[in-house]
Design a binder for this molecule. Structure first.
Ligand code: BDP
Length: 657
């Protein structure tokens, strides 16, 4: 996003993606609920423009719904994925020149996909670029429907036009947003959809661009393009753009299902929100069970009890189908929505993490949405293969490092019984950066948190929310914390913790700490998650010494916090085919021996509730002296998913084969 030059700059001063004032921009769901402050903050750079809120549709705002569109007897869906037109706009002239109606010199592009690995001149381009497509909307949608346009993920900032009318603006990649477009559609000709996207690395964003205090690990490894994080800043339309239609009279805007276990029974509390302050009736069905819904001011609740329920977990990922229906005076359905839910509980008791009342140990990885050519674009084949490899390795868990993953990935995790730590894109935060930047980041992080919880709250696979990865309050790897930065972080993380619990009281919340980082912040959270690289970034080549330091460190964390500890990252860069005996850094043997020591240390400590190897697969980064071929090589699989020795080692430890 272009930066406004003065605090409180007048609307439009922000440049092409900053100009929404005076126009009707309808942003739905959680983003609308989050309101003006968050949206304005998201588009700010180092300076803090307080741009007015986009106008939002009162009927939708405040409900926090972000239901994944579906097709059924009452709902329609049109996926625009395919070839779109594309044009870079390095001089940011497109908006004034009317590119929202037609691009002057377009080339074809695939949607969804990152643009960076497709065109040589777009590789390191993080500035503005335009997407455009044309499509007929089915005539049957014209009567009695409201039509919405939903963008699954545009990284980072996006502005959307339909037939030249601005309909939405959104800040933050990796999460969906939608706008009502009913009034903007044409029915006698194709409709033009144009989306302008940019991924500038700016100080006030989340993740932030590099500030005066420098980045986190990326600051150590260097890198071009410059980022505060250690993965490539892929840009573009990363998930499908959908049009969907719902009944005009009223429709189901949101469903929240939370589950409890009482004895052998599963209890499901369901809250339904319907548009326009709906005050009619409905019903909710769960297998044989059914309950009536009586709406007041657009909300209704019901509780269903399943005797001798099957509880969801890795061994039996059983899902129950929950059908919600709105009904007219004769009891006929007027809208419906179906959800697959799992009955399970997650809680922290003392230093144990419990799933369905039993201690659970997470075995798995940190990952990335990263694959050749597609970059961060949705790749369902990759996801299906990755879940197959997780099963092959005997893993039961991963963390969505360092941003929310595709909804399809969450759905697969539900079906396959994989336990997910679900993380917002708050990576690269440095609390030595200017206060103003921290304030903007807080607004943006809160927006992303609200959108993430709204999107993923009904997934049984999400067992924990994570609000940040490796924030800094002083130099990394053990420098002295800076008191002002520690305090600023304390305020920031208390706010994020409280907000997460307010949005969802059913899941633990965590923060992932950097090696040698600020420990005080962990005290706020339910689970202590730490990334540790003893034997790699420190104690290089000295695995036995590294193991002793790790054991002392884990015991210290346990003594200090008395909470479950998860080692959310540990790993070594490893080039497949490089061998060494005795093991040496970068060799396959070194990766195996390093992982062995970490897993052994954890196995002797029942308070260690999980071990996530960094990383599942090699992944693309910026270019830098520590990143051979612009890659992080800490995968136990290569980028094209071939196993290194370490993958076989993990399989023998975790799957027992
Ligand atoms: C950690 C970061 C992760 C990096 C990793 C590494 O959380 O994103 O990729 O280090 O250096 O600090 O490999």
């Amino acid at each position: 996003m272009p930066q406004s030059s003065t605090p409180g700059a007048c609307p439009g001063a922000g440049g092409p993606l900053g100009d929404v004032a005076g126009r009707r921009v309808v942003l739905m769901g959680a983003a609308a609920a989050a309101g003006a402050a968050s949206l304005a903050a998201g588009q700010a750079g180092a300076q803090a423009p307080s741009e007015p809120a986009p106008a939002s549709d009162g009927a939708r705002a405040g409900r926090g719904g972000l239901l994944r569109p579906q097709r059924n007897a009452h709902r329609e869906l049109l996926d625009t994925s395919g070839l779109w037109r594309f044009q870079l706009d390095p001089r940011e002239e497109g908006e004034a020149a009317g590119w929202s109606r037609a691009l002057p010199a377009p080339r074809p592009i695939a949607v969804p996909c990152s643009w960076n690995d497709l065109f040589d001149d777009a590789k390191d381009h993080l500035g503005l670029a335009w997407y455009q497509t044309e499509l007929w909307v089915p005539a049957a949608w014209r009567e009695g429907r409201r039509v919405f346009l939903r963008v699954g993920s545009a990284n980072y900032a996006a502005k959307v036009w339909v037939n030249g009318t601005l309909v939405a603006e959104h800040f933050g990649g990796h999460l969906p947003f939608e706008a009502e477009v009913t009034g903007a559609l044409a029915w006698d000709r194709p409709n033009t959809i144009a989306i302008a996207v940019e991924n500038k690395q700016l100080l006030g964003r989340v993740p932030p661009g590099p500030g005066p205090a420098g980045g986190g690990v990326a600051g150590i490894v260097g890198g071009y393009p410059a980022t505060t994080y250690d993965f490539f800043p892929y840009a573009g339309l990363h998930r499908p753009v959908l049009l969907h239609a719902v009944p005009a009279a009223t429709h189901i805007e949101d469903v929240t299902a939370t589950t409890r276990i009482e004895g052998r029974d599963g209890v499901v509390d369901v809250t339904v929100a319907a548009a326009g302050g709906y005050a009619g009736r409905g019903r909710v069905r769960l297998g044989e069970l059914e309950a009536d819904l009586a709406f007041r001011a657009g909300t209704a609740q019901a509780t269903l009890r399943i005797p001798s329920a099957r509880f969801w977990g890795p061994r039996d990922p059983h899902l129950y189908r929950l059908d919600v229906t709105l009904t007219d005076g004769q009891g006929r359905g007027t809208d419906s929505y179906a959800l697959d839910i799992g009955i399970r509980t997650v809680e922290v008791r003392g230093d144990r993490l419990l799933l369905n009342g039993e201690p659970v140990a997470l075995r798995g990885f940190g990952k990335h949405e990263d694959f050749p050519l597609h970059g961060r674009g949705l790749d369902l084949a990759m996801w299906v293969r990755d879940y197959e490899l997780l099963r092959w390795a005997g893993a039961n868990s991963y963390r969505t490092t360092h941003y929310p993953y595709a909804e399809e990935a969450m759905e697969l995790a539900d079906r396959l019984g994989v336990l997910v730590i679900n993380e917002i894109p708050a990576v690269g935060l440095n609390f030595e950066d200017p206060e103003e930047a921290t304030a903007q980041r807080l607004d943006q992080a809160l927006l992303q948190l609200r959108e993430l919880v709204a999107r993923d709250k009904n997934h049984p696979s999400t067992i924990m929310w994570c609000v940040a990865n490796e924030p800094l309050g002083g130099p990394p790897l053990g420098g002295q914390p800076v008191p002002r930065a520690v305090e600023a972080g304390m305020r920031f993380f208390r706010r994020l913790y409280d907000e997460t619990r307010r949005l969802d009281a059913t899941r633990p919340v965590t923060l992932v700490g950097v090696q040698g980082g600020v420990l005080d912040w962990h005290g706020i959270f339910d689970v202590v998650c730490v990334n540790r690289y003893f034997g790699w970034y420190t104690q290089p080549g000295r695995l036995d010494e590294a193991a002793r330091v790790l054991e002392d460190d884990l015991d210290g964390l346990h003594r200090r916090f008395g909470k479950p500890v998860i080692v959310t990252e540990f790993g070594t860069d490893t080039l497949p085919g490089v061998h060494a005996a005795p093991p040496e850094m970068w060799s396959e043997e070194y990766q195996v021996e390093y992982l062995r020591r970490y897993l052994d240390a954890a196995a002797r400590r029942p308070f260690v509730a999980g071990m996530h190897v960094w990383n599942f697969a090699d992944f693309k980064t910026g270019q830098g002296t520590a990143r051979a071929g612009g890659m992080n090589h800490k995968g136990v699989f290569t980028r094209d998913r071939r196993p290194k020795m370490a993958a076989h080692f993990l399989r023998s430890r975790w799957a027992g084969t």
